[in-house]
Design a protein around this ligand. Sequence first.
Ligand code: ATP
Length: 363
Amino acid sequence: MARIDIAGLSKSYAGKQGARAVDAIDLAIADGEVMALVGPSGCGKTTTLQLLAGFLKPDAGTIAVGDRVVSSPRHVVPPEHRRMSLIFQSYAVWPHKTVFENVAYGLRVMKLSRSEIEDRTREVLRSVRMTDLAARYPSELSGGQQQRVALARAVVVKPETLLLDEPLSNLDANLREEMRFEIRRIHDATGITMVYVTHDQTEAMVTADRIALMRGGKIAQVGTAHEIYEQPATAFVATFVGGTNTLPATLIEPHVVECCGARLRVRDDFDAAQRGPVTLCIRPHSMGFAAAGDDAVGYQENGHNRLAGVVLRQTYLGDARDYLIDLGTTQVRVSTPPSEDRSVGSTVHLDLPVEACRVVPGD
Ligand code: ATP
């Protein structure tokens, strides 16, 4: 069993009095799950992974794998006794060994029989599509191929858990996209529990079953990509995943806010008991220009909210136009079909569908 339970985990580099790099984290990772740790630079992703690996001792809290506590302030099971494999940004393949020998090494250390080493190495090389390159040295491989060797070497020893820290950040954009699917495919073939650190939300969405979004050493939200995108708990989550406009608003009655001088209706999945300052979140592609001639603002009978603004900037992107609109008290980004051409300085009216207007606590 490689279920991982993190409970109350804290770590500060400057001793217990310093700012916490990881601050009282609770996280349960199911057996066979891929969990992505995502968040801005410095939010504590790598520190969490190093605690998981056993390189750091927590100041407080525990990490359990299955029924076994592997980390606590009193005792840390060393990395080599954790049945965890690690992959970091740098490929860390041995330059003087062939691809085959790089992968077989871990099995030789385990003193397996020659035929078993041969069979398992060949099988894993097949699964990462490196069979034809088994006799090559790393210097004769592309970056993506070297990263596949690193993956093969990590999984050949059949670890319970694979920890990956920004494993694709040294690759170019095309290769990175291909390798995301590759890592997910290898997971599906092996069922290894994976914890995957990245600051790239698309990478997390492709590779992971669930995403833990971190900020300032804490977990801001845990959920599937769909949950985090569709039901962000805070303005930070909505902004970090997928990008959103955040507009200061006041909740004045259930599902009705005052925003930019108008009364707007919002989705009904916010706890209406919390009246007062809130943040209205709406994605740039969820808004559009209203037909000319209808200048009323606020909630309209057709189920849309309408706001008036002035075009500050317009960028043609081929498949879309990106607008920056001044709403008086704040500015919003709007993404429209390329045919919607409005010139800079013109007054426009924006339609904001009620279903796309989500309210979260003021952030
Ligand atoms: P990035 O995406 O930039 O790699 P991260 O989310 O992985 O960031 P961590 O590397 O875990 O973040 O760092 C969390 C906090 O701990 C940061 O404020 C960082 O400056 C601090 N920190 C990390 N390593 C050390 C260290 N060895 N000594 C002191 N402070 C550290």
